[in-house]
Write a protein that binds this ligand. Sequence first.
Ligand SMILES: [Fe+2]
Length: 167
Amino acid sequence: MLLHAPTPLSLADLTALTRDVADEVRAGRHLVQVDPERRWYRLLRSDSYVDVWLISWATEQTAELHDHAGSIGALTVVSGSLVEQRWVGDGLRSRQLRTGRSLGFPLGHVHDVGNPAAAPAVSVHAYSPPLTAMSYYAVEPGSVEKGPRLRRTRSVLVESGSSEGVG
Ligand SMILES: [Fe+2]
């Protein structure tokens, strides 16, 4: 089944795709809403190889620490800025993603993405193969020798066209 085959798209392909779609969003070709109650998202494209999501982030909205199961992914910030915290093996490393910034996430990438800024942010995300599941994690203190470690707290299936926490 195609959904479980290795992705034919590279991280560079996915990053370029999110940049193209971000340009479409800036050109007004996709409606964007911001919901202060919960993260707003829309599935823009979906086929056997890739899905593309448009996401808006009101102040303080976050995705929670998660992976992307068997998918690789990429994002581009359309407007505003986001902060990514990614797991680097012995803790979380933070980086700010300003308007226009893109990044790709390979298999095994565990991160949280959020908007701590006062202004809303908008981003475009692409996943290949299409996102089917995500696991969520907590960072535990661990031992003095080994330092903090990740503990998986739950896994969720991503239904086609909807998501608890795509990001
Ligand atoms: Fe993510």
